[in-house]
Design a protein around this ligand. Structure first.
Ligand SMILES: Nc1ncnc2c1ncn2[C@@H]1O[C@H](COP(=O)(O)OP(=O)(O)OP(=O)(O)O)[C@@H](O)[C@H]1O
Length: 403
């Protein structure tokens, strides 16, 4: 009897505790909501953008800026469990764009590294005002729209943006290991071996295939180049910079997109697009062909200091390849071992297809990825047959062949 009474008492106490807990949870949540609403009221109209909601076109044009930014977008963080953040926080974490946080400068503007309050490290891209005034409005919108629609391991992740008065800011994932071009120039102190370069080409082909084939309205990047490819610590590639990206024409209708202005970077531009102003996915394939040549030769697409016949790298390399002298274009920092020679010839063969003057003759990006996988497989087989000799003896990477 005593036992039953005690049991009843403890059950009643547990039930009370649970009720209390539920009450506290709801109360906290309500207070949180009240607080958020109050914040919204105080700060004016707040626009939100998130990859999940694909609301790239919502923008806030709220209150004026004083010494600190008081109008901002609240951006739901992409990662589950991570907290929302405000652009105000970003200004705080970049210490009002202190030069000591600056990590780069491009055509768009300055790029800063910042650590958000939740520990997320981001790159904050701030548009140059002078450039913005001239023509960046459309490019900024294009980049925002595109970034908010895509999500792929090999594309830089989008966190948010700010568009207010003359301020245009894009916040993306920070990719810590520099650009592909910097690595080809060895400015990080070591040579990228050919296996790493092949892996990078595969990553880029995956990213572009995704843009061309696996989203609702396919996207043409229009600026595939080595300085727009960022590398992680593990040498995984992430394609960045969607400022020139355009929605691809509807392939069912057989129509092509006619540009009023050709966009892209000299040396990577599809000659057929240049001539006809007609833009298709195959323009990215052409740029990718130039990138493949860049990867195996180490040279920039245009080398003004070289003698005339070597100035346009793709033309020079393709000519040598067709003449049966592929090995002469191999990056001199790479060793002329069998595996490198095999990879070189196969990559140049693919580059030749991508660089076909007529777009119909170029492979799709998906086909490029498939060919690159098979090149990697062949190279691995050759390496295992030759008792795991290094892919490139001048490499710094011991674990060069990764999945
Ligand atoms: N997400 C990022 N993570 C780390 N560094 C970055 C990131 N984005 C850009 N950078 C650095 O900032 C530099 C400038 O980048 P940005 O994208 O602004 O160049 P850009 O505007 O594309 O240049 P261009 O107009 O010539 O193509 C890059 O070369 C890189 O070093």
């Amino acid at each position: 009897m005593i036992c039953i009474v005690l049991l009843k008492k403890s059950l009643a106490s547990v039930t009370k505790k649970i009720k209390n807990c539920i009450y506290i949870c709801f109360r906290t949540r309500r207070y949180k909501m009240d607080w958020i609403l109050k914040e919204e009221e105080q700060r004016g109209k707040i626009a939100a953008v998130s990859n999940a909601s694909r609301a790239g076109s919502q923008r806030g044009h709220g209150s004026k800026r004083g010494t600190s930014i008081s109008s901002y977008n609240i951006l739901p963080a992409k990662e589950p469990g991570s907290v929302e953040f405000t652009m105000e926080e970003i200004f705080r974490v970049t210490r009002n764009f202190s030069p000591s946080f600056k990590i780069g400068q491009g055509g768009f503007g300055a790029v800063y590294r910042a650590k958000l309050l939740d520990g997320t490290v981001v790159a904050v891209k701030r548009a140059k005002k002078s450039v913005y005034e001239k023509h960046l409005g459309v490019e900024f919108q294009s980049e925002i729209q595109t970034l908010s629609r895509v999500e792929h391991l090999n594309l830089v992740k989008f966190f948010g943006y700010l568009e207010q008065e003359d301020e245009r800011i894009i916040v993306v994932e920070y990719v810590p290991n520099g650009t592909l071009r910097e690595h080809l120039d060895c400015i990080h102190g070591s040579v990228l071996d050919l296996a790493a370069r092949l892996d990078i080409a595969i990553d880029v082909s995956h990213a572009i295939t995704y843009l061309h084939m696996y989203i609702d309205h396919p996207i043409i990047h229009r600026d595939i180049k080595s300085s727009n490819i960022l590398l992680t610590e593990n040498f995984r590639a992430k394609v960045a910079d969607f400022g020139f990206a355009r929605q691809a024409p509807d392939s069912d209708s057989g129509m092509t997109h006619v540009s009023t202005q050709v966009k892209g970077t000299a040396g990577y531009l599809d000659p057929e697009y240049l001539k006809t102003y007609q833009l298709t996915e195959k323009s990215d394939v052409y740029s990718f062909g130039v990138l493949l040549v860049e990867l195996v030769t180490g040279r920039r697409p245009i080398e003004p200091k070289f003698e005339l016949r070597e100035r346009i790298t793709a033309r020079w390399a393709m000519k040598r390849f067709i003449e049966g002298d592929a090995i002469s274009v191999l990056d001199p920092r790479l060793d002329q071992i069998a595996a490198n020679t095999l990879a070189l010839e196969k990559i140049l063969e693919l580059a030749l297809q991508c660089l076909a003057p007529r777009r119909q003759s170029r492979p799709t990006m998906k086909r490029c990825a498939e060919i690159l996988w098979s090149i990697r497989k062949d190279i691995r087989e050759q390496l295992s047959a030759s008792n795991f000799r290094s892919f490139s003896t001048s490499s710094q990477r011991s674990t060069s062949l990764k999945e």
